[in-house]
Ligand binder design. Sequence first.
Ligand code: SF4
Length: 128
Amino acid sequence: MVEEEKKRIMILACALIRDKACIACQRCLMGMERKNGEFERYKDDPAMIAGIIECGGCPGASVVVRMAQLKTWMAPFGEGIDVVHIGTCLMNNCPYKESIIEKVKAKAGVPVVEGAHHFLPADIFAKK
Ligand code: SF4
């Protein structure tokens, strides 16, 4: 399969969590590779994570500008975004998520999926 046939996915992450509590966005990258959680929809519909941007910090006022910046950044290579995913970090923790998701849906111009990977520890101290 040539790369050009894959859907390009952008993930919107929480600025407070990305690379602090969720190191290197490894869960999303692995989630796409293993088609976990909201990435399961790409089992028969090839897709790749093309970019992960963070919200810019509370209260997420620069989300739309950052999406526009990503578009500009990708344009010289003929690349673009086909689907936006709202990151698990943002979905599960952000007190501003309603307004952020509203803005993203109003401005993305492509489908917006609420969620990403589902790798969440449920039993940290459980005896194995
Ligand atoms: S606005 Fe939400 S997603 Fe962005 S840093 Fe604050 S809590 Fe995280």
